[in-house]
Ligand binder design. Sequence first.
Ligand SMILES: O=c1ccn([C@@H]2O[C@H](COP(=O)(O)O)[C@@H](O)[C@H]2O)c(=O)[nH]1
Length: 274
Amino acid sequence: MTFLDLLRSASVRHDSMLCVGLDPEPQRFPLHWRGDAARMADFCMAIVDATADRVCAFKPQIAYFAAHGAEAQLERVIHHIRAVAPGVPVILDAKRGDIGSTAEQYAREAFERYRADAVTLSPFMGFDTVEPYLRYEGKGAFLLCRTSNPGGDDFQAQRLADVPGQPRLFEHIARLAQGSWNRNGQLGLVVGATRPAEIERVRALAPTLPLLIPGVGAQGGDADATVRAGWRADAPIVVNSSRAILYAGSGPDFATAARAEAERTRVQLNAARG
Ligand SMILES: O=c1ccn([C@@H]2O[C@H](COP(=O)(O)O)[C@@H](O)[C@H]2O)c(=O)[nH]1
């Protein structure tokens, strides 16, 4: 099964566009585990168990694990997702981008070591830095396009004087991803929920690509406007929320609180489809 097949079927089976982001921060763990980096896998696995039937994907962010030298715990978490939710795709949020020979190693890390179904990439260095990931048949790659952070304006909103029509950089990325870069239908785009107008623009330029949309929850993105701008019956959107779900509770019942917040978000997103 390809990443897209997995995503579509998890989305239908769980009636969900929600992706739970796994960004474990020991200082925010429930009181009985607070500050204990050895509990990262236990924390994430409890969140996975509590939300697996409510999501279309999980998105572990590699930095949270690597910062603590906890890559083995990330492997355990992904292994656990495979065991308890085999039909739910794993999007490894790594935002890699480097020359081809190095990209080959990053691709191997994402798809062979961690066995992720998809990865996030920066397209900034050009197609030869993306291509090594596309050699992995059936795997997905989400290119950063219009990110949720305020500094996304610094480059992504700038116009490219030398490209016909002088598109903004993010529009150019969306066109390439929908067109000549998408050789085997493996590409998707990252667009922030903090920018619904740009989600609409990206959707117009990339009508069939899956969109990974972070920024609802802790970043304050507008969930309803996000769905109205990006959702199409035939093109999946994957709306990520991390901290708002992970840290919905701080007591021993944190997983129950996470499930309640995940369910609230899933229902809100679905209602906005109209
Ligand atoms: O434009 C982007 C791209 C990626 N992210 C990542 O998504 C989550 C968001 O976490 P929240 O706690 O829901 O704010 C995090 O892993 C980011 O690295 C993003 O926020 N914006």
